[in-house]
Design a protein around this ligand. Structure first.
Ligand code: STR
Length: 417
């Protein structure tokens, strides 16, 4: 396996830990093993031990527990120098000061403007732009077919759409979109050597800091400019905080919605009876979106929170200083929450809206409504334009990228008619 860090496991493997496969060769098998390992399971992340929560109810409770924090300095393995910047997943945790890494009152201060800009009401204003991007990309799908009529729905549609949307929102010029897509692909891939990953993160920091300086000099009608401007009577965010929020928004907005759109298309194509129901108007697109979010979560594991005190969960104790991952894929398949057929994709499932894929509590995804608008625009437009859409290869041949935290397909080749 092309993963040198595993060989140099800094803390050794705790016995019985579920080893999370960096190559993502069997996501369903791994999800089942996690569930079987308990409500709170020990996992091994490239040689680094952590806990993960595999059940809906306990995850919900822990996501509201103030004894779990996102500050990496609360992590014993980090403080003691066992985990360093050489660990390939460090960029998921040590990502600079932003709403993603801070808790409490400071977190509210960092997050308010972003969440206010992304309410369903505010998003109505950008819906026409999302529709326009969708139309443009549908045209590119048609134009992008090879001599056999095959086109990659990921590269030509599902990937550029969220990039265009988050780019517009944050004020990132179109000319930079391809660079960002390339950089984030390398960031998430476990095949990228760690020195390259650290270098690209540094390049991205420079890119975002330049954008923030540009908007400070010449504010525009975008969320980056809004983040720079002080609240009335309030403390303005520092440059580091604006940069942190900007990069969190671009990374999250770009990466996760790709999964939502592609996973929904894949689920429908492999469940043609359910696709029929939607196309015949017997079920709505919102049902497809929510069931996809539950069944095939864009985020498989979210890294990481740290215990500031011992926390008891069932008969296990998370010790002060230990790290806790939230395994959203396992949580979406929780039998207690969704019934014995939780592993089945069923858009008529009564609990389809009762998933926790966007998280819970203070850090709940501020872009949830945005991703729903994107999917609710993209999916009906895609199947409306190409009702005969189908996979160009057998479903089993679709492979996942070697990404440990996101549910990321390598490509999704389709035929349009
Ligand atoms: C990527 C690297 C970076 O510069 C900033 C962030 C902060 C937000 C993170 C993002 C990360 C990785 C993907 C995340 C996103 C928030 C939501 C998204 C974890 C670490 C999800 O997958 C849910």
């Amino acid at each position: 396996m092309n993963c040198p860090h595993t060989a140099a496991a800094p803390a050794g493997r705790s016995t019985g830990a579920v080893v999370i496969d960096p190559m993502v060769q069997d996501l369903d098998g791994e999800t089942a093993r996690l569930r079987d390992a308990g409500v709170l399971a020990r996992i091994d992340l490239l040689g680094v031990p952590a806990w993960t929560v595999t059940r809906h109810a306990e995850a919900r409770r822990l996501l509201l527990d103030q004894r779990l924090v996102k500050d990496i300095d609360a992590w014993e393995l980090w403080r003691s120098g066992v985990v360093t910047r050489a660990w390939p997943l460090i960029g998921m945790i040590d990502a600079g000061r932003s709403m993603f890494t801070v808790d409490g009152a400071e977190h509210r201060r960092l997050r308010t403007k972003t969440s206010q800009a992304l309410t369903p009401r505010r998003l109505e204003a950008i819906r026409p732009a999302i529709e326009e991007f969708t139309e443009e990309l549908l045209g590119q799908l048609e134009a992008g077919r090879d001599e056999n009529g095959v086109v990659d729905l990921k590269a030509v549609f599902a990937q550029p759409l969220p990039m265009k949307v988050v780019g517009m929102l944050m004020g990132v010029d179109e000319s930079q979109h391809a660079m960002l897509t390339r950089q984030y692909k390398a960031f998430f891939s476990m095949l990228t050597p760690q020195d390259e990953r650290l270098a690209l993160l540094a390049e991205l920091d420079v890119f975002y800091a330049e954008l923030v300086r540009e908007r400070t000099a010449r504010p525009a009608d975008d969320l980056t400019s809004a983040l720079i401007l002080a609240e009335e009577g309030g403390e303005p965010l520092t440059e580091e905080e604006v940069v942190g929020n900007l990069k969190a928004m671009v990374a999250a907005g770009h990466e996760t919605t790709i999964g939502l759109v592609l996973n929904a298309v894949r689920a429908l194509l492999s469940h043609p009876d359910q696709l029929r129901m939607v196309l015949d108007g017997e079920a709505d697109w919102d049902a497809v979106i929510e069931e996809t979010l539950r069944w095939d979560t864009p985020t498989t594991h979210l890294l990481m929170r740290f215990a500031t005190e011992d926390i008891t969960v069932g008969d296990e104790v998370i010790r002060e200083g230990e790290g806790v991952v939230i395994s959203y894929r396992a949580i979406g398949r929780d039998i207690e929450q969704h019934g014995p057929d939780a592993d089945a994709f069923d858009i008529t499932r009564p609990t389809r809206n009762r998933h926790m894929t966007f998280g819970h509590g203070p850090h709940i995804c501020p872009g949830a409504a945005l991703s729903r608008v994107e999917a609710a625009t993209a999916l009906p437009a895609l199947f409306g334009r190409f009702p005969g859409l189908r996979l160009a290869v057998p479903d089993e041949e679709i492979t996942k990228l070697p990404v440990m935290t996101q549910n990321d397909m390598a490509a999704f080749p389709v035929l349009l008619d």
